[in-house]
Design a protein around this ligand. Structure first.
Ligand SMILES: Cc1ncc(COP(=O)(O)O)c(C=O)c1O
Length: 476
């Protein structure tokens, strides 16, 4: 079990426990300032303070109080940060394996892994060693020149994809810096293929699906039909059409001769952990081949062994494999990188100068991703992911029988799992955090679980136990 020490017992001990933060902590002790972002509350009446003290005493890991180091830091810095996120009060400073610590030394079991990013856990020792080594060797040298690691990573991604029986005609890779950029490249490549196949320039339509999330740059955003993300920035890029996930009957009207590309997540992450049926993906791929549309699998969240196979589409027959596959998130375990893997059909239509990036493929990111991919491609790790996923599901089923009116469905595969609730999960997320467990939400009333792939059975049981307590605290 994690040592979940009440924060009241830690107060005043920050500098002695964490010498590395000593100079930072004095910087945090600044006068409170006006904050643009959701602020940590800064004033409490006597009665409220008393209530708060009682609440804190009852919780193993209560959120930082209004007079904490965390609140001081948040309130000092928030005015300088564009307020694009609403964050809970803890300030995270250190991670190891499946655990993460805040600046006041609270310890949390992390079932989020940076939203499916830290697949090898926080600060994997070999990874950290390579960061230092490569940082002392060569960090950046421009894509105008050759450097070894971008090529080595590209080769490894293609080889491991083929070895795993995925995307049977994978041939080459474009390396960039993030998921949305990987999709942006995929969208541009599909548009280029459309131009080559149909020089009249009529083949430019793009299809994606409701519930999907493909990123926040304008192309990827245009493929993400969620009004919450699109409306503030409309109009979208022209030519995007949206279909219903898993609706086989709708495919023929949706994907036509005018379609240059179709993008789909084999398992939707942000949309609520929705799994595409194999028959739907097979029918979609067949239709793409009929009309000459490029099929893109966005495996940014579900790929890289998260579901127990190297890519989530691993169990599909070859005819349902994509022409393009996009990846990011876990690719360098937290160091920014994305990649767009293409087959010969696509690669042959991309010419020098069609696309580019300043940072994409830099030696540091690629050296790290090379290590991460070689670890994540291990069959043993993938088998363990499936076994750990099964342990989670067993625990979830028990919770479902304990709370049948709250939990209606357990979804997902491997370590990309969702619990469908009948009400807003936000209070459960907060209650779990205050008991030392980080979890996140997705879709509508879905709790999402994307821990590190190296999480242990004991950590899974520990987290399930805390989750049970958090749900119980909200159903009393
Ligand atoms: C499936 C999927 N595609 C694309 C993205 C965008 O990735 P990034 O945030 O790295 O741009 C995400 C991020 O959550 C994602 O889950």
């Amino acid at each position: 079990m994690a040592s979940r020490i009440p924060v009241s017992r830690l107060s005043g001990s920050l500098t002695s426990r964490a010498p590395a933060f000593r100079s930072l902590s004095s910087a945090f002790l600044l006068p409170r300032m006006y904050s643009q972002a959701t602020p940590v509350p800064t004033s409490t009446s006597g009665k409220a303070a008393c209530e708060n003290a009682k609440r804190e005493a009852a919780l193993p890991n209560p959120d930082p109080a209004s007079d904490s180091q965390s609140a001081a830091l948040v309130n000092a810095y928030a005015p300088f940060m564009v307020a694009t996120y609403s964050r809970p009060p803890p300030v995270f400073v250190r991670g190891e394996g499946s655990y993460i610590w805040d600046i006041e030394n609270r310890k949390y079991l992390d079932f989020t892994a940076g939203i499916a990013v830290n697949a090898l856990g926080h600060c994997d020792p070999e990874f950290s060693k390579l960061v230092a080594q490569q940082a002392k060797t060569l960090v950046h040298c421009s894509n105008l020149y050759y450097s070894p690691w971008i090529g080595a990573l590209s080769k490894l991604l293609v080889e491991k994809t083929l070895e795993a029986g995925c995307m049977h005609d994978a041939s080459s890779v474009f390396v960039c810096n993030s998921g949305t950029e990987a999709n942006e490249a995929a969208i541009k490549f599909a548009r280029k293929v459309g131009k080559v196949l149909d020089p009249t320039r009529e083949k430019y339509e793009f299809v994606s699906f409701h519930g999907s999330f493909h990123g926040r740059t304008m192309g990827s955003l245009s493929a993400t039909p969620n009004p919450k993300y699109q409306d503030p920035f409309s109009p979208m890029v022209p030519g995007f059409k949206y279909g219903t996930y898993n609706d086989i009957e709708g495919i023929d009207d949706l994907v036509t001769e005018a379609t240059c590309g179709v993008i789909i997540e084999p398992i939707q992450g942000e949309g609520g952990v929705n799994v595409a049926s194999p028959n739907f993906l097979i029918a979609l791929a067949k239709r793409c081949r009929q009309v000459g549309a490029v099929l893109i699998y966005d495996e940014i969240q579900c790929g890289l062994s998260r579901t127990g196979t190297f890519w989530a589409h691993g169990a599909l027959p070859a005819e349902a494999h994509p022409d393009i596959l996009t990846t990011a998130k876990a690719l360098a375990n937290g160091f920014p990188i994305g990649a767009t893997i293409v087959n010969h059909h696509v690669a042959g239509k991309i010419k020098v100068g069609d696309h580019g990036t300043t940072f994409g493929g830099n030696p540091l990111a690629c050296r790290l991703a090379h290590y991460v991919v070689s670890r994540l491609a291990e069959r043993e790790l993938q088998e363990q992911v499936s076994a750990k996923g099964a342990a989670f599901v067993r625990g979830f089923r028990q919770l479902q029988s304990k709370y049948p009116s709250l939990i209606t469905e357990v979804r997902g595969r491997g370590l990309l799992l969702g619990l469908q609730l009948t009400s807003d999960p936000t209070p459960i997320v907060a209650a779990a955090r205050e008991r030392g467990l980080l979890i996140i939400t997705a879709g509508t009333n879905t709790l999402r679980f994307v821990p590190s792939l190296t999480i242990s059975e004991e950590e899974i049981q520990e987290g399930l136990h805390i989750l049970d307590e958090a749900i119980e605290a909200n159903t009393l």
